[in-house]
Design a protein around this ligand. Structure first.
Ligand code: COA
Length: 698
């Protein structure tokens, strides 16, 4: 990877003497960027390009090379690999388009296989190239190296990378490296995260993602990184949810599953391109925010209120500072100022008040992060205020807390913010942006606290029994399990299901009901009747033998009327579980991430309310507890209106267990639901009342 991304000797295969061609631009860019290594242009007919000697073929290059930038048409690329291998190349930066993106998957696969057989890694094809400020290497056809900075960006879109390159100067967001990843035939996001994590010139890894081939590789690489990673995921709308057979299947969209994966990988998300710039700036310049106490210092009430709103929205709501903090801050403001939070120094605030309050507050143990706001006034010089802020931060001696700044004003404020960014302090033109930027540092710290936790081992007590049940259904030509079968599979993995047994006649039903204990529930069991209530196939709260007999007759009659041809296995008799809070657990086999777990408020309105959240399996205990807090209905689990809190720990444990089950049965189960699951008060556990498993088609 070093040979590929930090080469000392580069061949440009397809270098051209014709201005305007990509092969010309790449050579020109390498020269203009100030690349210090050796450049070997390769072209069969030219002799000199931009003052450089040209080699008719790779074989003619007089020494070994590290990497080749490829700018020849697709059909000519494969034959170059043997020659590059012979020259000891470690990397191919394949700018050329016309591979898998136009359907030529085989050509791309052959290229990678052959290259890898020589130990050559392939970046691309279909890319803009690689740009690196610290190596003064513009190995691309983007116009120039980006504004210098500490973030490195990997982009799946070439055009966007070029746009970000140019925009870096306007946005004041600096990058060390811009890497175009294109078709990801070989080098993928996971490889680049791992490599950039070791790169001394990168402090934050910024990603523009359209899709992964292997989501789990990404999660693993990101989890192991110790630098902040921020991702903008595009194309979240057109994915997977179509034609789902379960509730979970219909609720799992790309946005939710990718969002879940980012949580588990410790990756901060950007909502849009602006957000990617803004958050990249703070994540690349400032340390993580290790606690929730955010203090805002301002000279204007209005921007203070905007910051307060933004703090709530971004998940770091402001709290009043403790009395001792307020008392000290009061000394640096007029009588009519406010030392609460936001700390309003008032429009009279000059550099000294800013400095004194920042120096004190930043060093105070209660403060975990600081946002400084400034509205341009006639009595103050923005640049002087900016310098005062920086000095106060330095004087405080604190280096492990973050600060962001917003100046609202005209050209003088712009100039002051430029100065701040150049001096390592992220500065933004609006208070909500400064708050959102520091919230990214809080999110990052929160995620990192739990991201390395390992999941529980699989508690599969009886995988063989589960497979037997599944295989029996398959042998009958079915691709879904009945409720009884699904519950048995759940049972094999220790999930708390209500005892449910199959009765084929009235007498059996009575015997089972007595065994289970009254009251009982009775439900039709037929692979042809999935929506049992709609078919009049469910009776609840049956209290005695006579009730069982009556229910048996009615359910059978209803089922036959509903679907005369239905294959009826019999009637399930099950324990009537006491009332509890209804939640849903479920799973999908996501095309990118594999087995993925869902949790949400359950019952019949689940698809209307869509109050659900996801995690890629296996789910760790802390992630499961987080899931409980993520849904809008979280207070219902916590206990509302005098109700005792629900058994959170038992619920979290079952989520973990369920997730290990779907991982263990990944080759068999396509989707599943446990809905409803009744959750009881703390200490009393939960019960899976209904279950559904859809099998993978084989
Ligand atoms: N070794 C060395 N040079 C070779 C060669 C070989 N095996 N085969 C061809 N060349 C030379 C050609 O003679 C030509 O040089 P010239 O200008 O002196 O005639 C040069 O390489 C380029 O070949 P050419 O056939 O003129 O192709 P092109 O420049 O029109 O297009 C690409 C080549 C790679 C730019 C084009 O195929 C392509 O993929 N364009 C899209 C790239 C892109 O947008 N990528 C990013 C997407 S985000």
């Amino acid at each position: 990877m070093n040979g590929l991304l930090r080469p000392n000797k580069i061949a440009v295969v397809g270098a051209s003497a014709t201005p305007g061609k990509i092969g010309y631009t790449v050579v020109k860019n390498l020269l203009e960027g100030g690349y210090q290594g050796k450049i070997y242009p390769v072209n069969p007919s030219a002799t000199e390009i931009l003052g450089l000697k040209v080699y008719p073929s790779i074989r003619d290059i007089p020494e070994d090379i590290d990497a080749a930038i490829i700018t020849i048409p697709a059909k000519a690329v494969l034959p170059t690999v043997d020659e590059l291998g012979a020259k000891g190349a470690k990397g191919m930066i394949v700018i050329t388009s016309g591979f898998s993106e136009v359907g030529l998957k085989e050509l791309e696969r052959e290229l990678v296989e052959k290259a890898n057989s020589y130990g050559i890694r392939v970046l691309g094809p279909n890319i803009v190239g690689v740009l690196s400020n610290s190596d003064k290497m513009n190995g691309s056809f983007a116009p120039f190296l980006p504004l210098e900075g500490k973030a490195s960006l990997v982009s799946q879109s070439g055009a966007l990378l070029i746009a970000i390159d140019a925009a870096s100067y306007i946005r004041r967001v600096g990058f060390d490296k811009l890497i175009s990843i294109g078709n990801m035939s070989d080098v993928d996001f996971a490889d680049l995260i791992t490599w950039l994590n070791e790169d001394p010139n990168t402090s934050c890894i910024s990603l523009y993602i359209e899709g992964f081939r292997d989501g789990r590789r990404f999660i693993e690489a990101a989890r192991n990184a110790n630098k902040p990673i921020i991702a903008l995921k595009a194309g979240v709308s057109a994915h997977g949810a179509a034609a789902a057979a379960s509730h979970t299947g219909s609720l799992a969209g790309a946005a939710k599953v990718y969002g879940a994966a980012f949580q588990q990988a410790g990756v901060v998300q950007a909502t849009d391109l602006n957000d990617l710039f803004n958050r990249t700036l703070s994540l690349s310049l400032q340390p993580p925010m290790k606690g929730d106490n955010l203090l805002v210092i301002t000279n204007g009430g209005g921007v203070g209120v905007l910051a307060t709103d933004a703090a709530e929205k971004s998940g770091v709501p402001l709290k009043f500072a403790p009395a001792d903090v307020q008392a000290e801050l009061k000394k640096h403001m007029p009588e009519f100022g406010s030392a609460k939070n936001p700390v309003d120094l008032t429009g009279m605030a000059g550099t000294e008040w800013y400095q004194a309050s920042i120096r004190f507050a930043f060093a105070h143990p209660w403060v975990d992060g600081l946002v400084v706001l400034y509205c341009e006034t006639a009595m103050t010089d923005p640049l002087e205020i900016a310098k005062g802020i920086k000095k106060a931060i330095v004087d405080s001696g604190v280096t492990d807390k973050p600060v962001t700044v917003s100046f609202v004003g005209g050209e003088r404020s712009e100039e002051a913010m430029r100065w701040l960014v150049e001096n390592g302090i992220p500065a933004y033109g609006a208070p909500d942006l400064a708050v959102n930027a520091i919230a990214a540092l809080r999110e990052y710290a929160r995620m990192k606290e739990i991201v390395r936790e390992e999941a529980m081992p699989c508690l599969a007590q009886d995988r063989e029994r589960a497979l037997k049940i599944i295989n029996k259904a398959r042998s009958e030509g079915r691709d879904s399990l009945t409720e009884i079968e699904a519950k048995e599979v759940f049972e094999c993995y220790g999930l708390p299901v209500t005892p449910t047994r199959l009765a084929r006649n009235e007498d059996e039903a009575v015997a089972l009901a007595r065994e289970i204990g009254y009251p009982v529930v009775m439900k039709i069991v037929s692979p042809d009747i999935l929506h049992k209530s709609d078919a009049g196939g469910v009776r609840v709260n049956i209290k005695d033998d006579a009730g069982v007999r009556e229910a048996f007759k009615t359910i059978m009659k209803n089922a036959k009327e509903y679907k005369a041809t239905a294959n009826i296995h019999g009637i399930a008799v099950q324990e009537m579980a006491p009332w509890g809070t209804e939640v849903i657990l479920g799973s999908v086999n996501d095309p990118t991430f594999g087995p993925t777990m869902m949790f949400g408020l359950g019952g019949i309105f689940v698809e209307v309310l869509k109050d659900v959240t996801f995690r890629v399996a296996p789910v760790t205990s802390s992630q499961a507890l987080r899931m409980l807090d993520e849904i809008r209905g979280a207070p219902i689990i916590a206990g509302v209106r005098g109700e005792a809190p629900r058994d959170r720990q038992a619920l979290a444990d079952v989520i973990c267990q369920y997730s290990t089950m779907i991982l263990d049965l990944a080759d068999e189960v396509s989707e599943s639901d446990a809905n409803p699951v009744l959750v009881y008060e703390s200490g009393k556990g939960l019960k899976v009342v209904d279950a559904r498993i859809i099998l993978k088609k084989k």
